[in-house]
Design a protein around this ligand. Structure first.
Ligand SMILES: Cc1cc2nc3c(=O)[nH]c(=O)nc-3n(C[C@H](O)[C@H](O)[C@H](O)COP(=O)(O)OP(=O)(O)OC[C@H]3O[C@@H](n4cnc5c(N)ncnc54)[C@H](O)[C@@H]3O)c2cc1C
Length: 427
């Protein structure tokens, strides 16, 4: 059975890994970039021992599918308890524990108690289906109260989901609170090392990795499915798995029926523009790894200081920060280069660390992706596309299908496993 997998991110890699255990399959994985790993891929500068992810990445202790995979492929993980904080009203506040919430001075005692109880409720609750009927905003207003919504949550939702923030279901909020622990895992060597370990374990007799190849179309007749790529390559397959966004799947698959494409085109997502700086000095001097910016005047939503999580000795002694943004794909930042972003961000970086000066910057990189965060709506479970599409033997598997969970490498691995089971069951 000849199977094509389009996209070499964690969904495509996991699908290849699990399918390749079956002796009857012959897989071709087509990836448009020069490396595998997708959003979780990284890069390595001269003098660094570890590669750095293009977008901040870590694994939660509850991420069972990816934890199991790391064991199977013999990739070692380090578990660390980094510090999470919030920048509010010109100051950094630690935001890791119940005590931090109690000590947070910008809410009344009642609001702090209600916020704490809401978090405890979401940690315990399992019935996410009833939570998808109500927006997160309404749920938080009802449980934690207006003060909590205004002070803590409103801006965080806005910065992640933009104009769709008020439509996000409480089930998404539940999944974020439910799964997030305080201990984070990180592959020794970076996510590139995990990708390499997965590839190493895959039987190369069964899987061919074709890089630098962008799939332009998937077409189908009675007996075969043809894939055409940008470099003129075309090949026939028995089955095709597409791991691109629903929008891109529609673009390259002209024979999909109209009612189905209409449904896929309604699914929304956000992009990301991530500026990485290597610095001469530590930026978040209180050792915060993850800083949420809770201030609508800021042109970014978070700072992730990688070297407050992983020792800077792995990156040639440099201090590394990610300056994070989730944006609609027509946002002007998608046209900005590193220098323009630094110019835009510099004065705000100074507000967080007044000592900061552009002379601290040794090097900068910017990474952009138009498909970075699915936006779920009320009752999303009813519209989430299944793996099987209306075209027989063509399958769709991407971040828009991992609901109620939020997009994560763990759910990409779980989805890859589901794709494998679906294909093997139907053949
Ligand atoms: C800013 C950010 C932070 C994140 N942080 C975390 C985190 O801390 N922990 C965590 O677990 N997850 C995190 N994630 C999520 C995680 O990266 C994704 O859930 C996961 O990588 C999705 O994998 P995927 O294979 O579904 O998609 P992708 O990684 O997007 O893979 C799709 C692949 O398809 C390729 N492609 C696109 N078009 C074509 C084409 N026409 N032909 C061939 N190939 C094509 C792309 O180049 C890409 O390699 C983060 C994501 C972002 C954006």
């Amino acid at each position: 059975m000849k199977i094509a997998i389009i996209g070499g991110g964690y969904t495509g890699l996991a699908a290849s890994y699990f399918l390749s255990k079956n002796k009857k399959v012959e897989i071709t994985l087509l990836e448009k970039e020069k490396a595998l790993g997708g959003l979780a891929s990284g890069f390595k500068e001269k003098g660094w021992n570890w590669s750095l992810d293009r977008y901040y990445h870590h694994i939660f202790a509850t991420d069972s599918d990816i934890l199991e995979l790391t064991k199977e492929v013999n990739c070692k993980l380090n578990f660390i308890r980094p510090k999470t904080s919030v920048f509010y009203s010109g100051k950094i506040y630690s935001f890791d524990s119940a005590l931090d919430l109690i000590l947070f001075p910008h809410m009344s005692t009642i609001a702090r108690i209600r916020t704490g109880l809401t978090i405890i409720f979401l940690k315990i609750a399992n019935d996410w289906k009833s939570l998808e009927k109500i927006t997160a905003e309404k749920f938080i207003l009802k449980t934690a109260g207006e003060e909590s919504w205004k002070v803590i949550w409103h801006h965080l939702f806005n910065s992640k989901f933009g104009e769709s923030a008020s439509e996000v279901p409480a089930s998404w909020f539940w999944s974020r609170i439910k799964k997030r622990g305080r201990v984070f895992g990180y592959p020794v060597g970076g996510f590139d090392a995990l990708t390499e370990a997965i590839v190493k374990k895959i039987d190369k007799k069964r899987v061919e990795f074709v890089l630098n190849t962008e799939v332009k179309s998937i077409t189908k007749d009675k007996s075969k499915i043809t894939i055409t790529s940008n470099n003129g390559r075309f090949e026939n397959f028995d089955k095709v798995v597409c791991t691109l966004s629903a929008k891109d799947f529609v673009k390259i698959t002209p024979e999909l029926p109209h009612d189905y494409t209409n449904q896929l085109n309604k699914l929304r997502s956000r992009g990301t523009v991530n500026l990485i700086l290597s610095l001469k000095k530590q930026f978040l001097t209180d050792d915060t790894y993850w800083l949420n910016i809770n201030d609508k005047e800021f042109p970014f939503i978070g700072i992730v200081e990688q070297t407050n999580f992983i020792s800077r000795s792995k990156y040639g002694g440099d201090y590394i920060i990610h300056i994070v943004n989730y944006l609609s794909d027509d946002h002007p930042f998608f046209k900005f280069n590193e220098k323009e972003l630094i110019k835009k961000f510099s004065s705000h970086l100074k507000k967080i660390n007044p000592e900061f000066d552009e002379s601290w910057i040794k090097k900068s990189w910017v990474f952009k992706s138009s498909f970075a965060q699915p936006v779920f709506s009320l009752n999303y479970s009813k519209i989430a596309p299944p793996i099987k599409t209306p075209l027989k033997n063509i399958y769709l598997a991407n971040m828009q299908q991992v609901y109620p969970w939020d997009r994560q490498t763990n759910y990409a691995v779980e989805l890859g496993k589901k794709v494998c089971n679906t294909i093997l069951k139907s053949s």
